[in-house]
Design a protein around this ligand. Structure first.
Ligand code: ADP
Ligand code: MG
Ligand code: ZN
Length: 475
C-alpha cells in the first residue's frame, strides 16, 4: 500500500495597477510590448523601485493564510537564460522570504485537513513567449515581465488529488475575497505546479516529480492521479523514481518529461544588490490585518448560526463575497433568510453568468429582490408566477408590485373562486372523471394541472389540491 504525497506551488498575480519594480501598467490584453520601460526590459543601469502596494497585498494574503510575517526579508536574483527573461535573472525571495509557516484548513468528504504553508515570497513574472506553429517562429510579449506575483509553497501535507484540488479552490476563493487576485486560471493570473511522490507509510518520503502549470481544478486532479499511477507502476516494476519536471497534456491525459535531473537548472541565486532589505513593520501588519474581511470558513459558520441555513446553502452563498453580501442585504430588508437563500440559489443564480463577479453588480438590487421574495412568502403571488416574473424584473428593472398589477397575476386564493375554476375544469373533462372514478388515481395530477393552466399558475396550489380532493373524492 503506497501513500501519495503532494505539495503545491502556486503563483498568484497581485492586483496592482502597476508592475513590481516600475510604473508600467499591468493591464491584461494590451497590445504586446506597449507596457514596457528600461526597468522591466532589463536595460543595464536601470534601477528597480519596489511597489509598496504589492507588498501590502502580499502581506494581506500571507495573513489570511495564517503565516508569520518576517520583519526583515530580502530579494534575490534567480539566474537563468530564456528569451522571455530580458534581464537574465528574475528578482525573487529565495534565502529569506517575507512569510513562512502558515496553514489552510480544508474539508474533503466531511473530514477537516490542515495543510501547512511552508513559505510565501514576492517575485516578478517573466514575459510571455507566443509560439506560432504556422511560421515556426516565436514572438515575445514583455508586457508581463515585472508583474507582481506571490508564490505560495505548501508543505507536502496533501494526500490525494482531490485534496489538492480542494486546496486550490479554497486558496483561490480566499485570494479573491481579500481582493489581491482575480482567480483567473485561464489568463494565468493563478498558476499551479504540483509535486507528487509516493511512499510506503512509516518510511521516508519518496522522490518527487514536479508537474508544471496545471491550470484548472480538473486538470490538477487528473495530472496528479496520472502521475501517482505511473509512479506505482515504475516502482512495481522494480525501478526507481528519478526527480524530474514534467508537463501535463490535458488532451492525452498524460504527463511528459520536460527536464530530467541531469538537465536541472542551477539558478545560482544571489542577493539582489539593487534593492534594500524589505522591512515590514508591525504597524503595517496591524493595518493590513484590519483590512481582511470575514473569510469564507467563518462566514459559513456564521450564516448557519445567524440565519439557520443548512451547511450546503451556507457554503453555496459564500462562494463569492459579493453574493454573500447580497444575501445579507436582502435578508436585512425582509427577515426571511431561508426563503431568500432558496430563491437566490435555485432561481436568481440562473441569471448570473459568472458566480465570482456576477454579484459585484447583482442582476436585481437587494431591496426589490427582498420585496419579491416577501410577496411570494406572503402569498400574494404563487411560486410559479414568481418564477416567471423574476426574469421580467431583471430585464425591466421594474418593481414586483408594479409587475403584479401590470400583468394581473395576483394569487387566486378565495375558496369560492377556486371551486368555480375546478367545476369549469371538471365539466370539460367528463371522460377523465370517469376514468379517475374507475380507479385511475394518477389523473388527479392532470386536474390540478388543468386548473393551474387555466389560471396561468395563479391559483394557490395547496388549495387547488385540497378542494379538488374534496370535490372528487368527497362526492
Ligand atoms: P523547488 O522550488 O525546487 O520546486 P521547493 O522546496 O520550493 O522546491 O518546493 C518544493 C515543493 O515540493 C513544496 O510544495 C513541497 O511541499 C513539495 N515537496 C517536497 N518534498 C516532496 C515529496 N517528497 N513529495 C511531494 N512533494 C514534495
Ligand atoms: Mg518548484
Ligand atoms: Zn516597466
Amino acid at each position: 500500500m503506497y501513500k501519495s504525497v503532494i505539495g503545491l506551488e502556486i503563483h498568484a498575480q497581485l492586483l496592482t495597477k502597476t508592475k513590481l519594480f516600475c510604473s508600467c501598467s499591468t493591464e491584461y490584453g494590451d497590445s504586446p510590448n506597449t507596457n514596457v520601460c528600461p526597468v522591466c526590459l532589463g536595460y543595464p543601469g536601470a534601477l528597480p523601485v519596489l511597489n509598496r502596494k504589492a507588498v501590502r497585498m502580499a502581506v494581506k494574503a500571507a495573513l489570511a493564510l495564517n503565516c508569520e510575517i518576517a520583519e526583515t526579508s530580502f530579494f534575490d536574483r534567480k539566474n537563468y537564460f530564456y528569451p522571455d527573461l530580458p534581464k537574465g535573472y528574475q528578482i525573487t525571495q529565495f534565502y529569506k522570504p517575507f512569510a513562512t509557516n502558515g496553514y489552510l484548513i480544508i474539508e474533503v468528504n466531511g473530514e477537516k485537513r490542515k495543510i501547512g504553508i511552508e513559505r510565501i515570497h514576492i517575485e516578478e513574472d517573466a514575459g510571455k513567449s507566443i509560439h506560432d506553429s504556422k511560421t515556426g517562429k516565436t514572438k515575445i510579449d514583455f508586457n508581463r515581465t515585472g508583474i507582481p506575483l506571490i508564490e505560495i509553497v505548501t508543505k507536502p501535507d496533501i494526500e490525494s488529488a482531490e485534496e489538492a484540488s480542494e486546496f486550490l479552490k479554497n486558496l483561490r476563493q480566499i485570494l479573491i475575497y481579500i481582493g489581491v487576485n482575480d482567480g483567473n486560471l485561464e489568463e494565468g493570473s493563478l498558476r499551479c505546479d504540483a509535486n507528487v511522490s509516493i511512499h510506503e507509510p512509516e518510511t521516508p518520503l519518496g522522490t518527487r516529480v514536479e508537474i508544471k502549470n496545471v491550470n484548472s481544478f480538473k486538470f490538477v486532479q487528473k495530472a496528479i492521479n496520472y502521475e501517482i499511477k505511473s509512479q506505482k507502476e515504475i516502482i512495481g516494476s522494480g525501478k526507481k523514481i528519478e526527480y524530474e519536471t514534467k508537463l501535463y497534456d490535458s488532451k492525452q491525459n498524460k504527463t511528459f518529461t520536460m527536464r530530467t535531473k541531469e538537465e536541472m537548472l542551477d539558478y545560482r541565486y544571489f542577493p539582489e544588490p539593487d534593492l534594500l532589505a524589505l522591512k515590514i513593520d508591525k504597524k503595517t501588519v496591524d493595518e493590513v490585518k484590519e483590512e481582511i474581511p470575514e473569510l469564507p470558513s467563518d462566514k459559513i459558520k456564521r450564516f448557519m448560526e445567524e440565519y439557520e441555513l443548512s451547511k450546503k446553502d451556507a457554503v453555496s452563498l459564500t462562494v463569492s463575497k459579493y453574493l454573500a453580501d447580497f444575501f445579507e442585504e436582502v435578508s436585512s430588508y425582509n427577515k426571511i433568510p431561508i426563503k431568500n437563500a432558496n430563491w437566490i440559489l435555485s432561481e436568481l443564480l440562473r441569471y448570473v453568468k459568472d458566480i465570482d463577479t456576477g454579484f459585484i453588480n447583482p442582476p436585481v438590487k437587494a431591496k426589490p429582490f427582498a420585496e419579491f421574495v416577501k410577496k411570494v412568502d406572503d402569498g400574494e403571488i404563487t411560486g410559479l408566477v414568481a418564477k416567471e416574473l423574476l426574469p421580467e424584473m431583471i430585464k425591466t428593472g421594474k418593481e414586483i408590485e408594479v409587475l403584479i398589477k401590470q400583468k394581473g397575476v395576483e394569487k387566486i386564493d378565495s375558496d369560492d373562486k377556486i371551486k368555480e375554476l375546478i367545476s369549469g375544469v371538471l365539466s370539460e373533462n367528463q371522460k377523465e372523471i370517469d376514468r379517475y372514478k374507475a380507479g385511475e388515481k394518477k389523473l388527479f395530477g392532470f386536474f390540478v394541472g388543468q386548473v393551474m393552466k387555466k389560471t396561468k399558475g395563479r391559483a394557490n396550489p395547496q388549495k387547488v389540491n385540497l378542494l379538488l380532493k374534496e370535490i372528487l373524492d368527497g362526492k
